[in-house]
Design a protein around this ligand. Sequence first.
Ligand code: BG6
Length: 494
Amino acid sequence: TLGQGAVYYLFGATGDLAKRKLFPALFSLYKEGKLSENFAVVGLARRTRTNEQFRSDVYESIVEFCRYKADDTELWNRFAEHFEYMPLDINNVDAFRELGKLSEQLDAKFDIPGNRLFYLALAPELFGPVSFNLRDGGLLESAGWHRVVIEKPFGYDLESARKLNDQIRQVFREEEVFRIDHYLGKEMVQNIQVIRFANALFEPLWNNNHIANVQITLSETVGVEERGGYYDKSGALRDMGQNHMLQMLTMIAMEPPSRLHGEDIRDEKVKVLRSLRSYNSHEDVRSNVIRGQYSAGEARGTQLPGYREEDSVGEGSNTETYFAAKIAVDNFRWAGVPFYIRTGKRLPVKTTEVVIEFKSMPQNVLFAQRHDLAPNLLVIRVNPTEGIYIKVNAKTPGVDNSVQPVAMEFCQSCQIGLNTPEAYERLIHDAVRGDSTYFTRWDEVAQAWEFVDRIAAAWRDDSGDLKQYPAGSWGPKAAEELLAKDGFHWWPVN
Ligand code: BG6
């Protein structure tokens, strides 16, 4: 358990993230005994709310979104006791002094040694002002540790990210900053390094001698929902590419770290990001990166509006809701192996999958008549199903000399009684323990922006390559051609 205890300050406590992810995560941690009793949560937002109202918001969020039920009244009551709400104007330093007083009361009440975790589920432009007021309001003077958890998006491009980072770093040291990429909290993303480094079956083959290509798909069925205002300025490349997709790519591509420690792992990840071949002209971007935007369509019998018809989206918007890219990792291990990544809204299924396609066996006399031997695949299923499977070739039963691909499958999420922790549970737990392995370090963030900025720059200058795709389809045809040019195709996701 987190024996020492801490006060958790939830900035943005009336927002969507708190409701869908953070309250449920805290309840699950509590239920599993990982929070002990020495903690307090202070909900902070502009709006006025009583403690009772706040606790009932938390309750409703747990009923709706938590993997555990809140049906044990005694447990719920004990949990709710730890929650307080305080309306806060984040530009007013006196309000932070008040918060300081409340904090001292909470430390005393719950026997907390002054440890403080500030969780900023806020718009990025507020990260700086909040950090300054935490300092100026005296909140960083307590005896224990002080850490800040920062939600994405971390900036809009390298320049804005750097400004943001400079502001935060005037107040917090790098070790105190926990930048969230919730994909790193997913069980199967963390499992990548185990699958790789704990299996003699895979690690020796994990290079350009044996791997033909890598495919990462992150598809969603949802549109932009109520987030048009944010999304229209962001788009798929910034919303998913700069963070989740490149982070998964680094987990697949990194060299074995010297130890499984946060800094060692992040050192290896940043080396991968540095090895990404940057696109050096607009033409280069055009031929390697496909962008799309959904138009009206149909999925499962429902008519869906086009992106430009969504709320808070400009009529003539050229924001991409889909992109696919061919990425080269220029290092010894990966020279010549394309990494294809794709993500989009309003695609046919919600799934995150990584496919490692192995090189084909040399054509040999044994299967001389078979020119179509399927390659071996290792598929890592991140969500909603969690598991891995391998495609191997085997004899077709009852037919001489006939070969067919078969799957050897391990489905983790199918195991009865296994209720894997949500990404946010794991990440909050890690932040409180001071383990930043699965948070992004500044150099990773900066390097990822540098890569993405080149694509964004080409797109900004010319929107002629934006392709429409009907909602409910697999995106623009050009994304198929991206692989076909290299003699590959996207493996269908499950
Ligand atoms: C978020 C993006 O980071 O990830 C959203 O901002 C996206 O646009 C979400 O829907 C997907 O996360 P998950 O865990 O549901 O796959």
